[in-house]
Write a protein that binds this ligand. Structure first.
Ligand SMILES: Nc1ncnc2c1ncn2[C@@H]1O[C@H](COP(=O)(O)OP(=O)(O)O)[C@@H](O)[C@H]1O
Ligand SMILES: [Mg+2]
Length: 210
């Protein structure tokens, strides 16, 4: 058995990498055994899971790896069904590239404005480089923090079209549930009614990918 490996990456901070990593991993945990690798030296994913209470443990093993990510990810791949790598917000250290090198798919959360999308252009170039060796790598954009009730703007749609990387489903809306999940060290999947809409959109993303 070898896990399917997903990187969550963008060299910009604050686009929702950790939020997507944690909730995506928790959603995958309803389908198999999941390892989340926190490859960001800021350690947000590790902190998040450490906030979980004993009666609501986070359903995913979270480890942080700074060193040889590629070797470690491959070593763990035989023990899990899915591995999710929360990447650091930089291309300078090579960690993000290493994560993408061992991944089947890379999800790129972006904020819903063309300006933010264009700010992610460098990761697209990095993906092209990684693909020279990891030819099967499939990139996807996940538009995050969509305003409630407003659809993607025409400008954003046009910019997405130019990027030539598929955008997953309807994206992710800006919801208090995501913020609250981080505060309590849980995922939106165990927040009952309050997390239901968020859990549905994460599930849609998972179903589109698997
Ligand atoms: N869909 C969302 N709805 C509401 N808040 C969000 C959403 N996605 C991210 N956030 C918030 O935005 C901030 C940045 O998100 P985070 O996941 O830490 O980004 P990154 O890991 O890319 O730096 C956090 O405070 C997080 O709670
Ligand atoms: Mg983060």
């Amino acid at each position: 058995m070898s896990a399917q490996i997903f990187s969550i990456a963008n060299q910009k901070g604050g686009t929702g990498k950790t939020t997507l990593s944690m909730n995506f991993a928790a959603g995958l945990a309803q389908r198999g055994k999941v390892l989340l690798i926190d490859a960001d030296p800021q350690g947000s994913a590790g902190q998040w899971s450490s906030l979980a209470s004993d009666d609501k443990p986070f359903p995913v093993s979270v480890i942080s790896i700074g060193g040889n990510l590629a070797r470690e990810a491959k070593r763990f791949a035989s023990d899990y069904d899915y591995v999710v790598i929360d990447c650091p917000p930089t291309l300078e250290t090579g960690v993000m590239q290493m994560a993408m090198q061992v991944s089947d798919k890379v999800l790129i959360p972006v904020l819903p404005s063309p300006v933010d999308l264009w700010a992610s252009i460098r990761i697209i170039e990095a993906i092209e480089q990684v693909k020279i060796q990891n030819r099967g790598l499939q990139p996807y954009i996940v538009v995050n923090q969509l305003e409630p009730r407003s659809a993607l703007s025409k400008a954003m749609k046009e910019a997405l079209h130019e990027f030539d990387i598929p955008a997953l489903g309807e994206g992710i809306r800006r919801r208090a549930a995501y913020r609250n999940a981080a505060v309590d060290g849980v995922s939106v999947f165990c927040m009952g009614k309050r997390g239901e809409a968020a859990a549905d959109e994460i599930n849609n993303i998972i179903e589109e990918l698997l």
